[in-house]
Each structure stands twice: as structure tokens, then as C-alpha cells.
Ligand binder design. Structure first.
Ligand code: GLC
Length: 439
């Protein structure tokens, strides 16, 4: 398919997922609300053809911001058909949640500053300054929240309390930790009694996508049970941390934060402001602390348990995200690129698999346990360009676009055959395709 056709088709996907010109749902049916990092990727794609609409996408996200600065990972639709969904979260149990919109009680990777800057690039200088001035207070409050709430010991690394916060729902590092330490007896029992088909009857995702392309029923239940626990604690981080050991300093999340911090500093500079000193100190600390995640034997960074500091030595796509973070040394970057080039790890016909091909977790169609995703490809491509690996970035861009033009704007793809999986007409696949098509 030629590139003009692909762009037009991608725009149609976004137009069909548009809600009143204000925000974009990830996909009809399965995902009828607004999601945080989805909207950031969507705004990046939109900035190429409708920069005002891209701004609106970001401003719509800011409707959901909590009074303490948190950006929730979901903002619920008010449509009659989906209004009940917010009852799962009941954001109103926390005093900081907004009154006029209902949201989730957790966050997602901090891509907001990236989207703001990508939009800024499309604006004239005076327009850009005014755009940055508009969003700056919310962005500062968000990054301050990330440190005050999520780095309680001032270690430099921020913690996550649910795998949904990493955006990679059933990523093996988190599922490993969950199964090791956190699975309730009744969830074990359901697995042992083979009650999974019964559980699947009550699931929403498996109504839209074949069960073998989603989390297992036991894992899905486990994630909902963690969510219930967070809700019982009113999404109050002190209460959560007092009662649970399930908190992880995720290598992928912190890498994305490092890049976001760099953007935030540039935004401040562009409008003649200085990032508050305590925040600037924390940002610096993150870059230094990140190195503690390095594993000299495996030659990669691993997430670690927040409480015990024990590394979780389960390789996933997060391994490659420090390239995107952009603050590791050239030597480290080269070591990570070597993983990308290995046929036993990430070098497949349609890269980049979300776990290494040789991993015991690998399954070509199973959600974040094997498939290639356009958003993580996009992040890695940015990182490769940052470190000067332009040929490799070009080649992954090409195979990503081949995969999309061959199979459509699906949620994810087999890294072996490029065959589609998950839900079709998926917004970030469309939006980032538009971005990747730019030269
Ligand atoms: C899934 C993905 C998550 C995404 C959401 C909406 O939960 O794992 O990253 O934000 O769907 O598309």
C-alpha cells in the first residue's frame, strides 16, 4: 500500500474513534474511555494533520488530573452505555479525585511531556510559548506528584503499584512477582479447579478478542484483585504501602520518566521558567539511581521490588526503553542494542517482540508476552535515533509499517509472521503509523 493511502486510512481510524472532537478512545467496544498514554501517542500522530485537535486531546486528559497532581490512567466516558464502568474504580473514595469526571485511581507511563513537545514542534514560536504556558502548571504538578507520592524514600526511582501502571498489563516481570508473592489462596484455587472458562464468561475483553490472545483468567482475576485492594485503601499511597509488598520500581516506567523530565526542563526553559529546585534535584537523582538497575551479568537493566530492592530478573521489552530515556552512556546503549540484534532475543521477522523469543514466557499472540506493539516499537525507534543508530531505526520503522500495511491497524502483531492480534482499528497503532511515515 502506498504511504498516502496508509495515512488516509489511519486518519479514518482516528476519526471513527473520536468522541465529540474532544478525545479519542483506543478502540470501539473493548476500550470506550480515555486512556492516559494512549491519548499521548494519539496526540503525537494527530499533531501532523490537526495540531489544534492534538492540543484538545491533551487538554482533555488534564480534565482528569487529581488535586494532588496525579494523572489517572483512565477517564470514564459519560455515555449511558458505559457509565457503570466507573463503579469498578470509584475514584470518589479519594478526596483528591475531581468531582466532575470519574477516573481510575492509578496512573500510566509519563508520556505527557513528550506529546506536549511534539505538538510544540508544529507551532510557531509565539504559539509554542503560549501552548507551553497553558500546560506548564499541570505538568509540573504531575511530575511533583510522581516524586512526592511515588518516591517516598527519595531514592530517585519512582514506584508503581499495579502492572496496569506500566501500560504492559501482563508483562512477565510483573506477573512473575505477582505469582511469587501476591496471589490470594482463592485465585490459586480457581486455577487448580480449572474454573477458568467460567471466569471468562464474565470478562469483557474476551468478548471482543479470542481468549488465547489475552491474559489467562487467573492472571486477569489476580489483576482485578490487586485493583480491589488499592480501592479498599482509597488509593492512599501511605495506606497501600503499609499493607502491601507489591510495589515495583519498573525499569521501563522510570526510563520514560527520564525522557519526560528532560522535556519538562526544556519546556520550562522555553518559557523563561525554572523547574522548582526540589523537583530538579529529584530529576537528577533519577538519572543516577537508574544505574542501580543494571545487571552486569545479564547486560541489561531490570526492574526491582520497591521494598526489598531485589531485582526481578525477567527480561521484557522494558530492557530496551533506557535507549528512549536517553541518559545512559553510549557503552550501555550499545550493550542494549546487542540484545535487539540477537536472533534468540528480539530479532524476529516483525520486531520488536515484547519478550525475548527464547523466553519461557514467549507466546507470539499473547498480549504483552510476545507480540510486537507499535507503541513500544516507536519508543525504541526514538531511542535508537537519539544514540545515532539510524540504520537500525530505519529498518524497524520499515518492518513496523510493513506489518501494519499487511495486517491493518491492529492492537498488536505476531513478531514471527506479522499476523494481527487483539482489537482492530486501534488508535495508537494508527496515530503512530502517521508519525512513522513522516520523513
Ligand atoms: C491495555 C494496554 C494498555 C492500554 C489500554 C488501552 O490495557 O495494555 O497499555 O493503555 O489497553 O488501550
Amino acid at each position: 500500500m502506498d504511504t498516502a493511502d496508509l495515512t488516509e486510512q489511519a486518519k479514518t481510524v482516528l476519526a471513527n474513534n473520536d468522541k465529540d472532537g474532544k478525545y479519542t478512545i483506543p478502540a470501539a467496544g473493548l476500550y470506550p474511555h480515555q486512556w492516559l498514554w494512549d491519548s499521548c501517542f494519539i496526540a503525537i500522530g494527530m499533531s501532523h494533520f490537526d495540531v489544534d485537535r492534538a492540543k484538545t486531546e491533551i487538554l482533555s486528559l488534564m480534565r482528569g488530573q487529581w488535586a494532588n497532581g496525579m494523572m489517572p490512567h483512565m477517564i470514564f466516558s459519560n455515555d449511558l452505555a458505559h457509565r457503570q464502568d466507573s463503579n469498578i474504580w470509584r475514584s470518589w473514595v479519594n478526596p483528591f479525585a475531581p468531582d466532575d469526571v470519574k477516573t481510575s485511581g492509578i496512573t500510566q507511563p509519563p508520556l505527557l511531556a513528550e506529546a506536549i513537545v511534539k505538538i510544540g514542534k508544529k507551532l510557531s514560536l509565539p504559539e509554542r510559548r503560549s501552548w507551553y504556558q497553558t500546560v506548564y502548571p499541570a505538568l509540573i504538578a504531575y511530575h511533583q506528584w510522581l516524586y512526592t507520592e511515588r518516591d517516598p524514600h527519595n531514592e530517585g526511582l519512582v514506584l508503581q503499584i499495579h502492572p496496569w501502571e506500566t501500560g504492559l498489563d501482563n508483562t512477565p516481570s510483573w506477573m512473575y512477582e505477582l505469582h511469587e508473592h501476591q496471589l490470594s489462596w482463592w485465585i490459586h484455587a480457581i486455577g487448580a479447579l480449572h474454573l477458568e472458562p467460567v471466569i471468562n464468561l464474565f470478562r469483557r475483553d474476551t468478548r471482543f478478542v479470542p481468549p488465547e490472545q489475552r491474559l489467562s483468567a487467573v492472571d486477569a482475576l489476580a489483576l482485578f484483585s490487586v485493583q480491589r485492594r488499592l480501592r479498599r485503601k482509597g488509593y492512599n499511597i501511605q495506606r497501600i504501602l503499609t499493607h502491601s509488598l507489591f510495589a515495583i520500581e519498573d525499569a521501563g516506567y522510570n526510563a520514560i520518566l527520564i525522557r519526560a523530565n528532560t522535556h519538562l526542563k526544556n519546556i520550562a526553559k522555553a518559557i523563561g521558567k525554572k523547574v522548582p529546585q526540589d523537583l530538579a534535584d529529584s530529576m537528577k537523582k533519577t538519572e543516577e539511581a537508574y544505574e542501580q538497575l543494571w545487571d552486569a551479568y545479564a547486560n541489561q537493566y531490570f526492574s526491582r521490588n520497591f521494598v526489598t530492592h531485589k531485582p526481578i530478573k525477567v527480561p521484557t521489552i522494558a530492557t530496551l526503553l533506557p535507549l528512549y530515556g536517553g541518559k545512559i552512556t553510549k557503552e550501555r546503549a550499545e550493550q542494549l542494542v546487542q540484545h535487539l540484534l540477537k536472533a534468540s532475543e528480539y530479532k524476529s521477522s516483525f520486531p520488536i517482540p515484547s519478550v525475548p523469543l527464547s523466553s519461557e514466557w514467549f507466546n507470539e499472540f499473547d498480549y504483552w508476552q510476545g507480540p510486537s506493539w507499535v507503541n513500544t516499537n516507536w519508543l525504541v525507534i526514538q531511542g535508537l535515533r537519539h544514540y545515532g543508530y539510524d540504520d537500525l531505526a530505519d529498518s524497524i520503522t520499515k518492518t513496523t509499517l510493513d506489518m501494519v500495511s499487511k495486517s491493518g491497524f491492529y492492537e498488536y502483531f505476531s513478531p514471527l509472521s506479522g499476523e494481527p492480534a487483539g482489537i482492530p482499528h486501534f488508535s495508537w497503532t494508527a496515530a503512530l503509523t502517521i508519525d512513522l511515515l513522516q520523513k
